[in-house]
Design a protein around this ligand. Sequence first.
Ligand SMILES: [Zn+2]
Length: 237
Amino acid sequence: MRVWFFSARQVLWWVLGCLTLGIFLGTKGIALLPVIGGNVQTGISGRTIVIDAGHGGIDPGAVSAAGALEKEITLQIAKELEDLLKKAAVYVVMVRHGDYDLADSSETNLLNRKRQDLNRRVLIAEEADADLYISIHANYFPSPRWSGAQTFYYEGSTQGEHLARTLQTELVRHLGPNNRLARPGDFRVLRDTTMPAAMVEVGFLSNPREAQLLSEESYQKQVAAAIFAGVLRYYGE
Ligand SMILES: [Zn+2]
């Protein structure tokens, strides 16, 4: 039996030689390099996520019997979610950060304003080349008995559906019992955005108890935490 001894210098030259020839351990190690160095991204950090606080400005959205405005509730939850995502090193794009809509101030026709507003929400997400689009709204129904958060996706969007289901699971887990399931919904911001998108209806303003909860800062934080948990879960974290 012959025993080979190599000096550190010999080993170094051997490794360098193999690297140059691309034959290092059957090139398996080298073959992995392009994957690691490429654009394969996992996890949440470094993502671009658009948060769309529904309504704003001249458009209050739904109004509860006690006068709670959907546009204020959606903005507060959006801001809480923004904080949580930023702490997780996400690049957050807020569709709005105050009480305004995105239409031209010169546009007085309400229908045109709404159209322009929604167009621009979609445009912001497309121009940001966002990874996810999360729209926040509150529900309203003529009967006061309905309650519970519910998430929507655009039918046919596999990733949108996955995102919506994941968000729905976390909303139910964080906010208490709720039999609602993620459902397809033909909403403009879901239909026209090209990235996975979901709309979270955070609860019913037509239900007095839920309207009261949604007006409270602690509950708004809870809703934001639920959405954040859903996004983490979507990215497998
Ligand atoms: Zn709404």
